[in-house]
Write a protein that binds this ligand. Sequence first.
Ligand SMILES: Cc1cn([C@H]2C[C@H](O)[C@@H](COP(=O)(O)OP(=O)(O)O[C@H]3O[C@@H](C)C(=O)[C@@H](O)[C@H]3O)O2)c(=O)[nH]c1=O
Length: 181
Amino acid sequence: MEVKQHALAGVVEFTPRIFEDSRGIFFESFSARVMAEAGAVGEWVQDNQSSSGLGVLRGLHFQRPPYSQAKLVRVATGRVRDFIVDLRRSSPTYGQHLSVELDSRRGNILYIPTGFAHGFYALQDDTLFLYRCSDYYEPGSEGGLCWNDPTLNINWHATNPIVSDKDKMLPAFAGFESPFA
Ligand SMILES: Cc1cn([C@H]2C[C@H](O)[C@@H](COP(=O)(O)OP(=O)(O)O[C@H]3O[C@@H](C)C(=O)[C@@H](O)[C@H]3O)O2)c(=O)[nH]c1=O
């Protein structure tokens, strides 16, 4: 797997080697050893999947400590523009974000450490998004930030995205007190 350390400390992208033959393709989508060597560690306990139509935007989400989740995210069908925001108060890049296009044909996988808000925008219909979490879903500890917050100033390249009612109610970054050290 090709390993890329991103500008926000601890964020790692993996691009697997794709084997193609007359039957189709094969690649490794998870390797505890390769990922741990690159610092992408987690006590992985839950796998999630969602499907989204073109124009769906989910985010920006996190789970508060002590249930914070590291995530390994990828796309099995379709394509997304994935966004993460650094919410670690002690981080020199606090409040900054980065985006990575996740593409099922490349099979790339993004490791998001704890302390980040996460969201994505689906670039194709029937986009199947798969992710592995380092803690269980804890509804009472869910947190989030407004996807189009002016301070975060994320350019989603999205006009009129489809957003859940829950996500429309998420708070602004101004006045936000991050629960992440
Ligand atoms: C996230 C999650 C949701 N659910 C339920 C709650 C709800 O009724 C339904 C849909 O939940 P949501 O609307 O929160 O789904 P969604 O907006 O897809 O939430 C996800 O968004 C992306 C960006 C993330 O980073 C994930 O961690 C997660 O927050 O599924 C679970 O049972 N387990 C889970 O782990």
